[in-house]
Ligand binder design. Structure first.
Ligand code: UDP
Ligand code: MG
Length: 410
């Protein structure tokens, strides 16, 4: 194809050999009725079945079929991100490759988009998945995501969405971020709408996710709240109050990561001073935590600033979070921090501490517990600030490697 198509459909597929052909036929039929020029980008996420064979055969026959094959499985989010990057249309639609979404809903989504939105989300009101293991966790998660992010969408997990290309191309996507596209899009200033879409049960192949995702999504929600807090652009206040002016003097309003650290450290500063006095380990660890948090905030702020300088290389710390912890440091440091925290809590709250104190020969009761509690909080915060650094670098380092490109000249 020489000229840019007007509409791009992005479909991530991982081992969907039976689904891709019937899905393409449905998409094709719908696109013909819409009448715009279009392309369908299938992103083969390292399938090990015949998916790629089917797709390449299809791409030889149909010029609208673009195939992006990854070298290895990189996950649904990476596949969607690659699709968005290669898409040439002004309007983009994403959907699952397993026929659970219905291409017949595409015209409705596009109509809504043209009413002046940047993102239109599908809502699988009559969702055809298992009730207890899939629908209940999803309802709870969506409710929490709505409360936490302030973007009250019923069904964040629905892949059937329509986007204005100029907006979605700016949204950083990595990890399992595709579930947070609506919240993430607000970082790019998107106007969001939602419409009810049809959902079918899976007929061929298997779902790629199990119950494990409940725990991962829970951690993600915490991390994203933090990311959104730091990165959402705030409108400039015309007439700042006295308090706002004071806080602008104390903290540079542009340094949101440092501000967050300062905010986080306030309760510990008070706790250390008021509750524990100043001459024991508990007070000392609270003081240490305050210093450590401020340092963490300051380092993170510098890291984020570096990413805005085009030519600067990826720092060691950014590499650490991105490669060592696969961009999701909270998934590793979060649970460890929580364990330490709970262990400390147990020490503080139960008679165990008396026993431990006797054998360890410590002087004051709250000492050991507090050290663990404080350590746990610090480890969690380390993971959280790591998330900020990974997020800031999202566009620089990609999670995927393209092995083959069909029907697309780069
Ligand atoms: N998928 C993918 N890479 C993965 C897992 C899933 O590209 O590592 C694709 C999968 O082929 C499907 C879509 O993402 O097109 C949604 O996956 P699935 O149907 O398994 O999720 P569910 O509908 O059960 O939430
Ligand atoms: Mg599915």
């Amino acid at each position: 194809m020489d000229e840019r198509p007007m509409l791009s459909i992005v479909v991530p597929v991982y081992n969907e050999e039976e689904n891709v052909r019937p899905l393409f036929e449905k998409i094709q039929a719908v696109c013909e009725t819409i009448g715009d020029t279009y392309e369908v980008l299938f992103v083969d996420d390292g399938s090990s079945d015949a998916t790629f064979a089917v797709l390449s055969e299809l791409s030889k026959r149909v010029p609208q079929v673009v195939v992006i094959r990854f070298k290895e499985n990189a996950g649904q989010t990476a596949a969607m991100a690659a699709g968005f990057e290669f898409a040439r249309g002004e309007r983009i639609v994403s959907m699952d490759g397993d026929l659970q979404n219905d291409p017949a809903d595409v015209p409705k989504l596009l109509e809504k988009l043209d009413e002046g939105y940047d993102l239109v989300c599908g809502w699988r009101k009559e969702r055809q998945d298992k009730f207890l293991t899939r629908r209940v966790p999803s309802i709870v998660a969506n409710w929490i995501i709505g409360k936490v992010t302030g973007v009250p969408i019923h069904d964040n997990g629905c892949s059937l969405k329509a986007y204005r290309a100029s907006v979605i191309k700016q949204v950083p996507l990595y990890g399992e971020m595709h579930r947070f596209i609506p919240a993430m899009s607000t970082v790019a200033g998107a106007r969001i709408a939602e419409i009810v879409v049809t959902h079918h049960p899976r007929r061929f192949g298997q779902s790629k996710y199990g119950l494990g995702r409940v725990w991962r999504v829970a951690l993600d929600i915490i991390a994203f709240k933090f990311i959104i807090f730091v990165f959402t652009p705030r409108p400039e206040i015309q007439e700042p109050s006295r308090w706002q002016r004071l806080s602008n003097v104390l903290f540079n309003p542009k340094q949101r990561a440092f501000q967050a650290a300062a905010l986080l450290s306030v309760p510990f500063a008070i706790l250390g001073r008021v509750l524990f006095g100043n001459a024991n380990i508990a007070a000392f660890s609270c003081f240490g935590l305050v210093i450590a948090l401020l340092a963490l905030g300051w380092i993170t702020e510098n890291q984020i600033r570096q990413t805005s300088q085009e030519l600067s290389a990826l720092s060691k710390l950014a590499r650490f979070f991105i490669f060592r912890y696969k961009r999701r440091p909270i998934r590793f440091f979060g649970p460890i921090g929580v364990l330490l925290f709970m262990f400390g809590g147990v020490l503080l709250a139960t008679p165990i501490h008396a026993f431990l104190l006797r054998i360890l020969n410590l002087t004051s009761v709250p000492d050991l517990g507090t050290v663990f509690v404080v350590g746990g909080i610090l480890v969690c915060c380390f993971g959280l600030f790591g998330e900020l650094i990974a997020f800031a670098n999202a566009k620089r380092v990609k999670d995927w490697t393209v092995e083959t490109l069909l029907n697309m000249d780069v």
